[in-house]
Design a protein. Structure first.
Length: 293
């Protein structure tokens, strides 16, 4: 996988005071997109300037890429070889791939609306979370006709085991199990490989409901399958471990101080276990350092 999944001790901790990695001047208003690969290259999108930004080798200023026909993007995913997959569905009805170190664009999926979450599994199959359509689509990498199949959801909003309501962030593990931040149902759904009926593993309707979710927008797993949840409307990050469910970042009130978040959207780890967050309403990307003991 090109996605960082650090292995932590049983009771990991992060500095509750974040550092602003990039502010409004760099990322523009309301940044949604964030991705960090295993080389710690950081990617985001300046939606106002219609640019993909990338920080390489701890650079201070990002490289700026403006693909042809690029209007807006709600999600990106970068593979190990440097190919950038990005949502181009809002106006152009597609997911595109920018081939590494070239200006070559390839259409890899046709969609009816934006892909609010993108993920590529270890077979290089592409998943697209379509919040407006209440469905997760999947396109196989070896399908030249780009025929998409349903990975989760029915296309109708609902809270049954086979339904979703405004899904956003998605994550696919090494067993091809699909995790979904089922936003308007205030829950995290797990769809086992090949199954269309999901199980609620956190949030409303689950046994793990000691901490309530309010419009979860992102889901990431570490190496031990602990859940890291972007609890968007509660302005915080939740970690759900085997015997440890707690808030780890933004655990007070909404705000713009270094220890606060305002409608965070996406979370990503670097290889050191530090957490980066697209802090949308504050128009910044915040970094919270992992505290090693």
């Amino acid at each position: 996988s090109s996605f960082n999944q650090p292995k932590f001790c049983a009771t990991p901790a992060w500095n509750p005071f974040g550092i602003t990695f990039a502010n409004r001047t760099t990322v523009g208003e309301y940044p949604f997109v964030l991705f960090i690969n295993m080389n710690n290259t950081i990617y985001t999108v300046n939606r106002e300037m219609k640019q993909i930004l990338m920080w390489i080798n701890n650079s201070i200023n990002p490289n700026k890429i403006t693909p042809d026909n690029f209007t807006d993007s709600y999600s990106i995913f970068v593979t190990n070889n440097g190919d950038i997959y990005y949502d181009n569905g809002n106006e152009n009805g597609r997911v595109d791939k920018l081939i590494s170190n070239t200006n070559t664009l390839v259409n890899v999926m046709n969609v009816n609306s934006s892909c609010d979450g993108l993920f590529i599994d270890i077979n290089n199959d592409l998943y697209c979370s379509m919040s407006d359509d209440n469905i997760i689509l999947k396109t196989r990498s070896n399908d030249s006709e780009m025929i998409s199949t349903t990975a989760a959801g029915t296309g109708i909003s609902g809270s049954a085991s086979d339904e979703l309501d405004g899904p956003l962030g998605i994550f696919v593990d090494l067993n091809f199990d699909l995790y979904v931040a089922d936003r308007r149902n205030n829950r995290i759904q797990l769809f086992k490989h090949g199954e269309l009926n999901g199980t609620t593993i956190f949030g409303e309707g689950s046994s793990n409901n000691s901490i309530s979710l309010n419009y979860p927008s992102g889901i990431v797993l570490d190496a031990d399958k602990n859940l890291f949840i972007v609890d968007q409307f509660n302005h915080r990050i939740i970690r759900s471990g085997f015997n440890d469910i707690r808030c780890i970042i933004g655990c007070g009130r909404e705000g713009s101080q270094s220890y606060q978040l305002s409608y965070p959207r996406t979370l990503s780890f670097d290889s050191y276990g530090n957490i980066f967050i697209s802090d949308t309403e504050n128009s910044r990307i915040q970094k919270f350092d992992f505290l090693s003991n």
